[in-house]
Write a protein that binds this ligand. Structure first.
Ligand SMILES: Cc1cc2nc3c(=O)[nH]c(=O)nc-3n(C[C@H](O)[C@H](O)[C@H](O)COP(=O)(O)O)c2cc1C
Length: 193
């Protein structure tokens, strides 16, 4: 799909945590690019430790958004990273909330329901002095239980909720996957050249 970049054997890790497969789908798409361009591995978070990150030059780490923030297991991993690590970091997040581009109302909801993800990353990156290469996010369909929560607690209006589920259930879609792959390639290129 892509022309291979110069033959430097960059060791890349794509690590993800995913409860219902949305973040996994994005991770696999990123891995596809990483695999074509570098010496890449794909791994679930299970059994992975912060120390193991030191075996790579570049780590893409993915998480669903939970309670407006990076999911706890990934947050914990990030917090366990040693100071000034040698590897470079890029992160990706999937969230059920509609993206802010959908209008003022959704921009406010996005801020409230996804906003802590970038704050957490900013904090970790600056406190650990991490060479941070970028952040990607896209929508990921909510499970029925989360949809119910959203309807009850966030979008009680039937019409607004219907608009939300119609959009949310499509994601991650083809365009999200394409965007994720472009994001990954841009980061790999930035490191290669
Ligand atoms: C416990 C829990 C909490 C969630 N909290 C949020 C949230 O605060 N904001 C949001 O946009 N989505 C939230 N979601 C939805 C997920 O972030 C979203 O559906 C994601 O794409 C799921 O990814 P996964 O399939 O990889 O687990 C939550 C999901 C769960 C299970």
């Amino acid at each position: 799909m892509y022309q291979r970049l110069q033959d430097v054997q960059l060791k890349t890790l794509v690590l993800y945590y995913s409860l219902s497969g949305k973040t996994k789908k994005v991770a696999e798409a990123i891995f596809k690019v990483a695999e074509e361009e570098t010496d890449a591995e794909l791994s679930e978070l299970k059994n992975f430790t912060a120390e193991k990150l030191n075996n790579y030059d570049l780590a893409f780490i993915g998480s669903p958004c939970h309670d407006s923030d990076i999911a706890k297991p990934i947050k914990q991993l990030l917090e366990n990273i040693q100071e000034s690590p040698k590897f470079k970091l890029a992160c990706f997040v999937t969230h059920s909330c509609n993206p802010p581009e959908m209008g003022d109302r959704f921009a406010r909801l996005f801020n409230e329901w996804v906003g802590k993800c970038s704050n957490t990353l900013d904090e970790v990156v600056s406190s650990k002095n991490i060479d941070f290469k970028g952040f990607f996010r896209c929508q990921g369909a909510a499970t029925p239980a989360i949809e119910n929560f959203i309807h009850t607690e966030i979008l009680p209006d039937k019409e607004e909720f219907q608009k939300f589920v119609t959009e949310s259930r499509k994601h991650p879609d083809k365009q999200d996957i394409k965007n994720a792959q472009e994001f990954a390639l841009k980061i790999i290129k930035r490191i290669h050249f």
